[in-house]
Write a protein that binds this ligand. Sequence first.
Ligand code: SF4
Length: 931
Amino acid sequence: MQQGFRAFPPVEQWDDWVEGGRHYGLVATTCFNCEAACGLLAYVDKESRTVKKFEGNPRHPGSRGRNCAKGPATLNQITDPERILYPLRRAGKRGEGKWERVSWDEALDDLAGRVRRAIVEERHTSVMYHVGRPGEDGYTERVLAAWGIDGHNSHTNICSSGARAGYAFWMGMDRPSPDHSNAKCILLISAHLESGHYFNPHAQRIIEAKQRGATVIVMDPRLSNTATHADYWLPTYPGSEATVLLAMANVLIREGLYDREFVRRWVNWDEYLRAALPGEPVTYERFEEELRRLYAGYTPERAEAESGVPAATIVEVARAVAAAGPAFSAHTWRASAAGNLGGWMTARCLFFLNVLTGSVGTRGGTIPNAWTKFVPAPHARPPHPKNWNELTWPREYPLAFFEMSYLLPHFLKEGRGTLDVYFTRVYNPVWTNPDGFSWIEVLRDERLIGRHAALTPVWSETAWFADYVLPVGLGSERHDLASFETHAGSWLGFRQPVQRALAERLGEPVADTRDTNPGEVWEENEFWIELSWRIDPDGALGIRKHFESPYRAGEKLRVDEYYRWIFEHSVPGLPEAAAAEGLAPMEYMRRYASFEVPGTAYGRHEQEVPTEEMAQAVVDATTGRIYTSAPPGPPSANIVPVPAPPGDAAGRRAAGVMVDGRPCRGFPTPSGRLEFYSSTLAGWGWPEYAIPTVIESHVHPSRLDPAREEFALVPTFRLPMLIHTRSGNAKWLNELAHSNPLWLHTGDARRLGIGTGDLVRVETEIGYFVVRAWVTEGMRPGVVACSHHMGRWRVAEQSGTDRWSSALVRIEEEGGGKWRMRRLHGVQPWSSADTDSSRVWWRGAGVHQNLTFAVHPDPVSGAHAWHQRVRVVRAAPEDQEGDVVVDTTRSHDVYKQWLELARPASGAGGLRRPYWLLRPLRPAPEAYRLP
Ligand code: SF4
């Protein structure tokens, strides 16, 4: 038990915990309500076998017994009277809302038959799996690899692509893992204390650091609850963050406050000098001269002019960062990086401060995520697919992180391909993505999408346009493995179906998770095993063997066997820890659902390449890069090797770099060092962005017309108690939050004659939405903001998106791409098996703003630039709250304008994409070659 949590039931009583006269089996699992994967402890009534409550799991190393409001609200979700309990098949036209019960067998046979035909007929790219929240690491990629298709699609490009690109071009790993609890100074871009990535685990550690005296700096145009807890709130104008960060870098450089030795040893300054100043001496002193010259123009005064933050504050903050030295932790994930054209440069400039302070991989610093995240290997790995799907990885975006998912409707409309089978999983693009009406246009077109199977625990705006709605388990009804970079340590979390786990604990046989889940709710992992067997019933396609048991030759893999093998073979220290308690590894994980993986997260770049590896190594005389043909170490080593380029006959890989004569592991970049100068960006068409610099945002003030009352709209911020489309089924959470007014500064509101509660029209480039205003001093002037966690809708009174959260709307299609949505009524009481539904008092459902946003693909990272240039005016007499008007013909035009910014694959090395860059479900090397 974690120190300070004496109220948790002791583990020895988890089999029979008595509370209020009831006997409970306490079963640990993992929350699925955001990406943090905190531990939960389910109280399962042993008599009724129903879950009575969820609390925190005190054994979980990331969350340490704590949860946010969304964790315990898992109870609402599993008892939601609106949930889907049985597989359904469309009985009318797509989107007509007519459904009939269907058996899992019928759905499986139909889908398996179509996937099989596509594979046999070599139409591999016509099968696509599109995931919103994966909640697991690698399971489904393995399924797709076994099928031999490059069919993975994700939500990443509407979320974290910008931040990923910014970090990856520096260090080859695409996420920061800030060691907040040991930091002396913490810089957060956006609201990480209340709702950011890894929210609860990070929040508790930020507060720990703050209690010990750490300085907290928050950049956010909005006075969030995080900003209210900061020592410095920097209300930066959206898109100006990179300029402010470079001004801080300039202070560090000109005042000599940076870690010269760290930069000398670990930055690829020599490569920069060779590329930028050919023929000049390659000395560190010359580089330092260059550094001063390059950033001298980023003065605090220039940053003040761009951001609105006083120059003196920027200098003060920069000195606080410098004073923290290696104990400077920083984080950005969505926010600026996801909001702006060129947003990825915000992350690149933020990490520049980590590099300058030498706070990379240090105690209290910012650690590459691959050093803290732990992904164990399964019993069998299928080969890499041999095809390349241009619907997800088009040539225009060779450096994208990752799939260009939100452009799919436009690609389908342009005739770039069609989909025979389209699986959506915990994914709601109609509502979550920009330009949702374009999604509706393609989802209902059976010529473009032959079969759409929505694997989902709840109704959604997208499931409404599916052919099959297949009910899959919520967080306590499924198996997954998760591991995230919550702190300076590694852990593995096990999500498990708690009723099944209790049944097995009590010695009751379980055939599959449907036996213990409500209705016919299943879990995806068993679904994929069954589907794969039906695609390849006799094993002739080479698929079935990947879904056979590692314990019973030739027999169908059981999901518990999949995890049992991993726990027995792939998690260092777990078998020993289990044995110490007299348990098998699987029993240990069924009991605790988490394990702290031993090893240090600090300083892995300094680890020495073992002598036996060096014996087979070749060292590049110019760069010091170490290449070897020896196989990489065990997965537990957490070393991310740089893959050899396709066609490297020697099959070598980069294994380290020589630093001051020592063979070090270094970083998985082409140079092996932190890349101040990215030869990848320079060589793939973006030489002007090869070093940290500023890219002008599409909402830069120079692009706005104040005379027309144009503002920058920040539409991306989260609310602490809601999470995208996955919390619409939680009554407690919707009772807490059910409106998303437009934040508007007092001065702007006065000028416009708008007061709190007034209706305003927010006009985007493709339409408008009507929302109520909230006038506040807590908003930067010239900027407006609206949370995206609201505006759920349904088109039928008694079915569709959950009634706890959705408004009933009427959608009219006026022809020529013109769409209009009008709210008929908000949330209101109804009668159901849950008597609380008749007591619903709130009426708000918020406004769906994403429908009115055109796609804005950043030409480098591929991220959708969420911020909008909008005009804010008083609502017209005919306007009503929740009105949405959109022109999808116009949205296609905007797509084409942004497509023009792209620089298609240069074919460097004859490739579609640099081979070293991360890619989910990496295809075989030959697929990288341009035809
Ligand atoms: S932060 Fe909240 S929603 Fe996210 S995993 Fe933890 S408890 Fe669940």
